[in-house]
Design a protein around this ligand. Structure first.
Ligand code: NAP
Ligand code: ZN
Length: 357
């Protein structure tokens, strides 16, 4: 066991602050990674503030962060895919049972015994797992991913959650050339969804509440932008979409989007607001429409997504911040004031003052 610098929150109302945490010494199957960048996902904020208390209550202190890229510093004797000095990445999962039907299909995100990168039981050290707002992490090789060497690392970090969470449902629902695809909410997830839908050749329409994001939406790959508060603009698209990805972090009326789907159209929710949605039966009955959900992606598909990004030079648009600005970043995230993902430069942690060790 060793000490690592990290940022943690002590309660749902406490700011994140510098601390030290325990990490395990790498076992034979483990990879130890020096974290270079960690993205800030809205899920970090939901968890820090215990907004998902009914589904997965937060255990404090919490060290969030599940969009991790870094460099391998040590590997266990049985590790074959990584060596010291390699680039490596870790997303939302750090373990699973490996034996259930989902794991056998490479869908570890659906494993009932999955271990999330933070706030899951830590079978090695007891307590809960600690995430990527830290200088290093130790992860079993099966959950460590390769990062294409051509990608900017600050922009690659968000691929580990925002990237796979939008890539996976688009692959599953057949987003290709000739399809009309909507993306609701131009945030961290949404802007990656636009990039993927565009790369897959679809006609992409962004729905935003932020007038000032129109130009950016077009720049990242949208063909059209609709300001969702404008009902006339919305109505022009009634019954016309094959697929809509809803990546909104707050409660909103999803019937307004279901009504834009065409025959057998699907709306997939990836956003995870605190409260349940009200779905009108008629929004689904007419047009034989469906609404479904999707959560991150399995390890093989996450690697496929990273390789796709390498081949197409796709990364997130990031604002790089030192970790000392993380609390300010959370407040800005709540105001949709980030273009389009914060990526923490973890070198800033090395100089972090005020450690409680
Ligand atoms: P984000 O960067 O904060 O983006 C959310 C976007 O939602 C905002 O940029 C904004 O877009 C829109 N929005 C915010 N408040 C709104 C409101 N009151 N009404 C309508 N639109 C609003 O968040 P994120 O990191 O992309 O995460 C989005 C959601 O996905 C979160 O709930 C997160 O927990 C969840 N998530 C799920 C998974 C999964 O596996 N399913 C993985 C990661 C994250 P505009 O300014 O364009 O309107
Ligand atoms: Zn996330």
């Amino acid at each position: 066991m060793y000490n690592a610098k990290a940022y943690s929150a002590a309660s749902a109302t406490s700011p994140l602050a510098s601390t030290k945490i325990n990490r395990r010494d790498p076992t034979e199957h483990d990879v130890q990674i020096e974290i270079l960048f960690c993205g800030i996902c809205h899920s970090d904020l939901h968890a820090v503030r215990n907004e998902w208390s009914n589904i997965m209550p937060t255990v404090y202190p919490i060290v969030p962060g599940h969009e991790i890229v870094g460099r391998v510093t040590k590997v266990g004797s049985a590790v074959t895919k990584f060596k010291s000095g390699d680039l490596a990445a870790v997303g939302c999962l750090v373990d699973s049972d490996g034996t259930c039907p989902h794991c056998k299909d490479g869908l570890e995100q659906l494993c009932p015994n999955q271990i999330l990168t933070f706030n899951s039981p830590d079978k090695h050290l007891g307590g809960v797992t600690y995430g990527g707002y830290s200088e290093s992490v130790v992860v079993t090789e099966r959950f460590v991913l390769r990062v294409p060497s051509n990608l900017n690392l600050a922009g690659a970090a968000p691929l580990l959650c925002a990237g796979i969470t939008t890539y996976s449902p688009m692959r599953r629902w057949g987003v290709t050339r000739g399809k009309k695809v909507g993306v609701v909410g131009l945030g961290g997830l949404g802007h990656m969804g636009v990039k993927f839908a565009h790369a897959f050749g679809a006609h992409v329409v962004v729905f935003t509440t932020s007038l000032n994001k129109k130009e950016d939406a077009l720049r990242v790959g949208a063909d059209e932008v609709v300001v969702s508060r404008n009902t006339d603009e919305m109505q022009k698209h009634a019954g016309s979409f094959d697929f809509i990805l809803d990546a909104v972090s707050a409660n909103h009326d999803i019937n307004a989007y279901l009504n834009l789907l065409g025959r057998d159209g699907n709306l997939t929710l990836v956003g995870a607001p605190e409260k349940p949605f009200a779905v009108s039966a008629f929004s689904l009955l007419f047009g034989r429409r469906s609404v479904s959900g999707s959560i991150i992606g399995g390890i093989p598909e996450t690697q496929e997504m990273l390789d796709f990004c390498g081949a197409h030079n796709i990364t997130a648009d990031v604002e790089v911040i030192p970790i000392q600005k993380v609390n300010e970043a959370y407040e800005r995230l709540l105001k949709s004031d980030v273009k389009y993902r914060f990526s923490i430069d973890m070198a800033s942690l090395k100089s972090a003052a005020g450690s409680k060790s």
